[in-house]
Structure formats: structure tokens, C-alpha cells
Write a protein that binds this ligand. Structure first.
Ligand code: ADP
Ligand code: MG
Length: 752
């Protein structure tokens, strides 16, 4: 136990490592491990949250109400009083004869002992009162000799956790800094091309920068430390970005040396058309220019003997699915299997429907793999996946993350496609990579090197340039920057919850025209159960509102879905409810009704967020829009505007008890109304949320930048990219050392 109540500052949950040591660890050691502080370097990189100034002593007479200050005096009086509650009160007197009262509402015997009459103590805390008597409540106290030296630097206060006192952590960090030898890993040219001039980095070698950040001089500008613009901070950020860029470049170089099947287009001779061409012929539309260009980029990669690792990004509705299908066709035509994985069952089943429609008439065998399948069906599917495509095995496998489970064994996997890849967690992405590796052909043509499948990742959340450069530097990126023709832009309106009745009238009008409507229920953090209650209540409310109120209804116009209910017309409107707790079969049944146009209104939780494609849906209502992230709102909004009809998205906000919507919340919703451009929205979202949440990798603290901030450090990132290329070419040893120092065992996470 520390003598005083420890200053305790919590940090977010951080990654812990497997506990391998057999030797019993002390509680603080365990706590350090929980924080991921397993090495001297990790400790040195554990930077203070803030600093305390113990470098000066203030005479008691000069203490002012509200000051954080340090004073010193001799204890003249110390007693335990029982008033409302038991408390320890001590009075100290400084050399000038002024006194200060110390008050402890909770105290340990050790504190009582420390504050015994005659003892000289140094105390630090917030000053209260003035004329009538100054006091400090729960100050930090330590016994000192008269004339004991003061701290020369500011005292760091570290992020810590239960069971890990600041004093223990300070010592551990101090020892680590003493032990660490950090030779310069940056070559001279790297210092030369630094945007702030060559001296900045040269004057702040890594060790000096770390020392400084742990123990800054009292005269430092705390603002520069706070906003991370101090040269010591720049050094740290630059090194971190460099490590990341180096590891990505290394991964890329290693990849070029690995082998993959060459999946070439149009290998057939004579009259017979390749599957790719046949698919193009049966599609109900012509490809957009962007789809054609991107498909060619992918086909070129597939024909190479090293594995493709490509990200296909395109705004919602840009038509990624067909690009995936064309890539699959190339792969299947070359005699290999292709797997397509989607993050939700609804999305996966929608894909499978589309792909079955397109590809089975061309003779392709498609297998479906998801959660709740029947044992027999599942066994047959697994068996088909494990059989050679040439012998009747599955050629295209579509499913949820069920496709990466242990039991699945691909016979001869040539291409893996991941839809909405940012929705998968880091662990799942790593698992997929492993699965994909073992799915490749062990050896081909007698060569000893394993053959590994190509990978295509798709994302509708466009990744801003800095983020792509930083986290996906080992990926090639293809962008669909054009929407299919004939789309009318979605009009977005932000309206208050109080205008619900107007909104319901509008929904009624849409339904009367034969259009379909989505209503997304509020998201309630951490509680699926509450989400469900909400959705159920909303469903009941809308059912009552839309089916009871009698009014004249026009007949649906030509071309609209015929079977929709007619408000007030007797038949009633079919209103569906969709949420994640529904059994898979029921979810699909509800979705099928909506897709077929028999259901006019679909009330749902965010399960419809990704991928769902119903072109006849023209109105999207998002309740409590202020609770959603921008990219998520954009995804949801992307469910409408998929056909030729004008579509709208209504962001309904609730001000609750507050008279007005908060400033930031309003700005965010305004941004949504202002732009339909997914890239712009992603950029703003990154600013608001930071890359961690943006990448959906909350658990993988290890993979994320800790010091640099991509929203503001773009210039440093450019430097790191240039330097990484230079170092790999000319200073491979330094490069190796730099990556080992910074990333240690965490390199894997950067590949996910
Ligand atoms: P996303 O990129 O969001 O996954 P989808 O692949 O779901 O988009 O495509 C959105 C809609 O656009 C689908 O209905 C799809 O059939 C249609 N589509 C795709 N490409 C074209 C095209 N070139 N011309 C017309 N419609 C297209
Ligand atoms: Mg999609």
C-alpha cells in the first residue's frame, strides 16, 4: 500500500499478452503486464498523461485558494476528530511561522504516523480557503529533512490501472530509460529531408526525446507537450510512422517473392468463350467505365505468379458485387475455387442469390456456408468444398465467417474475396489469411514453394488517403469512382423528433406510390436487449399509425411494386421487423418479403447496415441519428437511391431533455445533409473519431498508431514513406533494427 491514496488514472482497456512466466508475479507486476508493459522499450514508450510541478516550494503565506502547490513545514499538531465522520487533521508550520491545515477523510495508520508532531513534511495539493486559514484536503505528503533538494524536472503522472501505484510505475520507467541503449537508426539523409529542417531530428535523438517527455524541464511550454508539437514529440511520431511504413514495405517485398496460381483470362482456344465473357453477356446492364477499369486491374493481378493483395473501394452502390463476380469467373475458369466472405448472414445470402442467378446458368457450382445450417446439409457442403472442382467439387463458396472455421478445407483455393472487409475484426482478418494460405495448392508442378491464393478485399467505407497509405501500404488499391448511370441523388434532411407525425404522412405517401421504406431504430450503446425493445415498440407504433388512420389512397403508378398494401384501402400495409436476435431463417424470410416488394415498410436495427440492395426502396428514416457514426449513417443511407426514383434520407434527432441538439452532433448531421460523397464523409469521420474506431479495430490497440495522428501528421507520414523506401534500398540493417525496436512481436497485426 502506498502511504497516500494513489493518484489513479485509468486508461482504456489495452491488449494484454499471454501470461507465460511461471514465477509468481507481484500485483504491480501483473498490472504492468495488463497494460502491455513487458519490455524496457514498452515502458519507455509509456508516456505521461500529464505532469506535476514539484520543482518549487511556495511559502504558506503565498498560497492562494485554488492553486495546485507544494509547501513544506513541521507538524505542530495532529489529531483524529470525529465530527460527521472520522477524520485526521494535522497542522504544519513553515519556517516563516505560517500554518497550513491538512485534512484527510480517509486515512491509513501509516499516514497518521508520518504526520506525527515534530516531523518535517513536504505536501502537495490543491489549496482551499484564504484569510481564515488555508488547508489542503488529501495532499500528497512525504517526510523530508530540512533543505532536502527539490525535483529538477516535472514529475510525470502515468496512465495506470488498479494495483499499480504511480511511484512504482515511475521507478520502473526510470530504470527502463537508464537501461535502454538506443543507437540512432535514422540515416543522415533522413535527417536532411525532414520538413522542419535537418537540425530538428539531429538535436533530438530518440533517447533524449523520451527522457525529455518523461521528465521535462520546469520551464517547458506545457502547451507544446500537450498538443504534441514539441520537437521531442515530433521525433517520436516520426519514428513510429517510419516503423510502420518500413514493416508495410517489407511485407510488400516479401509478397512479391511468394507464389500464387496464375489465373489468366481467356485460356480457352477456339470458339468457346471464357466464363468471364459469358458472365458479361448475361448481366442485365453494361459495366460502368470504372467497373471495367477496376476489373482489368484485378485480372492483370490474377494473371501474375505472385499473390494479389488488393483493396477494392467504392462508395455504397458503386457496384462492387459484379466486379467480385467477374474476378470469381476468371478464377473458376482457370480451374480453381473462389471463396466470398461477407460480414452478415443477410448480406452473404443476398450475394449468394445474385451469384446463383448469374453463374449457375453458366454451369458454376455455388456452395453456401453460414451459421445455423442443418448438420447433413453442412456435411455435404463441406465435402463439396473439399473436392476438386474438376470432379464436381464446389467452385464458388459464399458465406459468413463460417467459411474460415476449422472444419472447412478448401481443395484448391485460387481467390478469396472479402466483402465489407472493414467490418471484420483484426482477429478474423488474420484467421482468414491463415485459412486462405492453407487452402492454396501445396505445391504446383513439382515446385517446392507453396502456392498461395490471391486476395481481394472490398470496402464501401472509403479509406482516406493518409489512412490507406498508413494502414494499407502493403495493399494495392482500386477505386470505383463512378456510380452506375441513372441514379438520382439522395436528398438528406435533418429533422427533429417532434415532427414525427409529418414524417409518418410522408411515409404513407411513399407507400401509396408503391415505394418501399426503411426505418432504422435508435442505436443504444452496449445493449442489444434495449435495441430490441425499441425496435419492437417502434414497429407497433408505426403499424398502428399507418394502418389505422383512414384516408384516400391513390393507386400505385405504373412500374411500382404491385403487391404493396394500400393505406386505408383495407388490405393494410405489410410492416416487417428485423433485428439481430431473430433466427437466421426468419431474418431471411423477412428480408425476402421486402426484396420481393410484398413488404412496404421494414423496421429494423442496424442489421441492414451493409450491402442490402432493394432498388425500389426510396425512403430511409434513421431515428436518433445523432447516436450513429458518420460512416455508419452513410452506409445506412446507401440502402436507398439504388434505383432511378428520387430517394430521400431523413435523419431524425431527439433532443431529449436538453433544449437543443449539441453543437458537434448538429455539425455531424449537417455534414451528412451536405454531401453524398463517401470519401468526404470518411475524411470528416476520421477527424471526429480517430483511426482506431474508424478502422473498427478497437481491440487491436497494438496495430494502431499511439503517437502520430493521421489527421494532423500527414507531412510526417510523407517523410516516413520516403525514408522507408530509402532505408530499405540503402540501409537494410538500420531498417531491420528500427522495425525490431518499435514493433517487436506486433508486426503480424499490421498485416491484418
Ligand atoms: P455496392 O458497391 O454497394 O456493393 P452493389 O454491387 O450492391 O453495390 O450494386 C448496387 C446496385 O447497382 C445493384 O442493384 C447492382 O445490380 C447495380 N449495378 C451494378 N453495376 C451496375 C451497372 N454498371 N449499371 C447498372 N446497375 C448496376
Ligand atoms: Mg456491396
Amino acid at each position: 500500500m502506498p502511504p497516500m491514496p494513489a493518484v489513479r488514472e485509468h486508461v482504456d482497456k489495452m491488449q494484454t499478452r499471454q501470461d507465460k512466466a511461471d514465477k509468481p508475479m507481484s500485483a504491480p507486476q501483473k498490472a504492468m503486464r495488463r497494460l502491455g508493459l513487458n519490455s524496457d522499450m514498452e515502458l519507455a514508450l509509456h508516456l505521461p498523461l500529464r505532469y506535476e510541478d514539484e520543482t518549487t516550494l511556495t511559502p504558506i503565506a503565498e498560497l492562494r485558494d485554488g492553486d495546485m502547490a507544494q509547501a513544506e513545514g513541521v507538524v505542530r499538531e495532529s489529531r483524529v476528530e470525529v465530527r460527521a465522520r472520522r477524520q485526521l487533521i494535522a497542522r504544519i508550520e513553515d519556517d516563516a511561522g505560517h500554518t497550513l491545515l491538512l485534512r484527510f477523510l480517509n486515512f491509513y495508520p501509516s499516514q497518521q504516523k508520518l504526520l506525527s508532531v515534530g516531523q518535517r513534511v513536504r505536501v502537495r495539493g490543491e489549496v482551499r480557503g484564504g484569510f481564515l486559514g488555508r488547508e489542503m484536503v488529501h495532499p500528497e505528503c512525504k517526510a523530508v529533512q530540512a533543505g532536502a533538494p527539490l525535483a529538477q524536472a516535472l514529475t510525470p503522472v502515468y496512465p495506470t490501472t488498479a494495483g499499480l501505484p504511480q511511484a512504482y510505475l515511475r521507478k520502473a520507467v526510470g530504470r527502463a530509460l537508464d537501461k535502454l541503449v538506443l543507437d540512432e537508426t535514422l540515416p543522415p539523409q533522413a535527417l536532411q529531408i525532414w520538413p522542419g529542417g535537418p537540425r530538428v531530428l539531429a538535436d533530438w535523438p530518440l533517447h533524449a526525446a523520451l527522457d525529455y517527455l518523461h521528465h521535462p524541464r520546469p520551464e517547458v511550454s506545457l502547451a507544446a507537450l500537450q498538443d504534441r508539437s514539441h520537437p521531442a514529440w515530433l521525433r517520436l511520431k516520426a519514428e513510429e510512422l517510419l516503423a510502420q511504413q518500413l514493416s508495410q514495405l517489407q511485407a510488400r517485398q516479401a509478397q512479391a517473392l511468394r507464389r500464387a496460381p496464375t489465373l489468366a483470362l481467356g485460356q480457352r482456344g477456339g470458339e468457346a468463350k471464357g466464363l468471364h465473357e459469358q458472365l458479361l453477356a448475361v448481366l442485365p446492364f453494361a459495366l460502368t467505365g470504372a467497373q471495367r477499369r477496376v476489373s482489368e486491374e484485378i485480372a492483370r493481378d490474377l494473371a501474375r505468379p505472385s499473390p494479389m493483395h488488393r483493396l477494392l473501394q467504392g462508395d455504397v452502390g458503386s457496384g462492387k458485387t459484379v466486379v467480385a463476380a467477374l474476378a470469381a469467373a476468371v478464377c473458376i475458369d482457370a480451374g480453381y475455387q473462389c471463396v466470398l466472405m461477407a460480414p452478415t448472414e443477410i448480406l452473404a445470402s443476398q450475394h449468394v442469390k445474385k451469384l446463383v442467378d448469374w453463374l449457375t446458368p453458366l454451369g458454376v457450382r455455388v456452395a453456401w456456408l453460414a451459421g445455423g445450417q442443418k448438420t447433413k446439409e453442412r456435411r455435404e457442403t463441406l465435402e463439396a468444398i473439399d473436392r476438386a472442382p474438376q470432379e464436381g467439387g464446389a467452385q464458388l463458396i459464399v458465406g459468413t465467417h463460417a467459411v474460415i472455421q476449422d472444419k472447412v478445407r478448401f481443395h484448391k483455393l485460387g481467390l478469396a474475396i472479402v466483402d465489407e472487409q472493414h467490418r471484420f475484426g483484426v482477429a478474423q482478418r488474420l484467421a482468414l489469411r491463415e485459412k486462405v494460405m492453407e487452402g492454396g495448392d501445396a505445391v504446383e508442378g513439382g515446385a517446392k514453394q507453396p502456392v498461395e491464393p490471391h486476395m481481394l478485399m472490398m470496402s464501401a467505407t472509403p479509406i482516406p488517403r493518409t489512412l490507406a497509405m498508413s494502414y494499407y501500404a502493403d495493399l494495392d488499391v482500386s477505386t470505383l469512382d463512378e456510380l452506375p448511370p441513372g441514379r438520382s441523388p439522395i436528398v438528406t434532411r435533418v429533422i427533429s423528433e417532434q415532427r414525427r407525425p409529418e414524417l409518418i404522412a410522408r411515409i404513407r405517401a411513399q407507400l401509396a406510390e408503391g415505394r418501399q421504406v426503411y426505418w432504422v431504430c435508435p442505436l443504444i450503446e452496449e445493449s442489444e436487449a434495449v435495441d430490441l425493445t425499441n425496435a419492437t415498440a417502434t414497429h407497433a407504433e408505426l403499424t398502428a399509425a399507418l394502418n389505422d388512420a383512414p384516408h384516400a389512397a391513390p393507386l400505385p403508378p405504373e412500374g411500382a411494386s404491385p403487391a404493396l398494401g394500400r393505406p386505408g384501402g383495407g388490405g393494410g400495409i405489410q410492416i416487417g421487423l428485423l433485428h439481430s436476435r431473430l433466427p437466421a431463417a426468419e431474418k431471411q424470410a423477412v428480408m425476402a418479403e421486402f426484396v420481393a416488394g410484398r413488404m412496404g415498410l421494414l423496421v429494423s436495427t442496424t442489421v441492414i447496415e451493409v450491402g442490402v440492395d432493394v432498388p425500389n426502396a426510396t425512403l430511409m428514416v434513421i431515428e436518433h441519428a445523432e447516436r450513429f457514426g458518420l460512416s455508419q449513417l452513410h452506409q445506412l443511407r446507401g440502402r436507398v437511391g439504388r434505383g432511378a426514383q428520387a430517394s430521400a434520407c431523413v435523419l431524425l434527432y431527439s433532443t431529449g431533455d436538453a433544449p437543443r441538439l449539441g453543437q458537434t452532433a448538429r455539425e455531424r448531421l449537417k455534414a451528412m445533409a451536405e454531401t453524398n460523397d463517401g470519401f468526404e464523409i470518411a475524411r470528416r469521420d476520421l477527424e471526429i473519431r480517430g483511426p482506431g474506431e474508424f478502422l473498427g479495430a478497437r481491440q487491436s490497440g497494438a496495430a494502431l498508431l499511439r503517437f502520430a495522428d493521421l489527421a494532423t501528421d500527414g507531412e510526417l507520414l510523407d517523410w516516413a514513406r520516403q525514408t522507408a523506401a530509402l532505408m530499405l534500398a540503402q540501409h537494410p540493417v538500420l531498417a531491420e533494427r528500427h522495425v525490431a525496436r518499435w514493433l517487436g512481436g506486433r508486426v503480424d497485426y499490421l498485416k491484418a
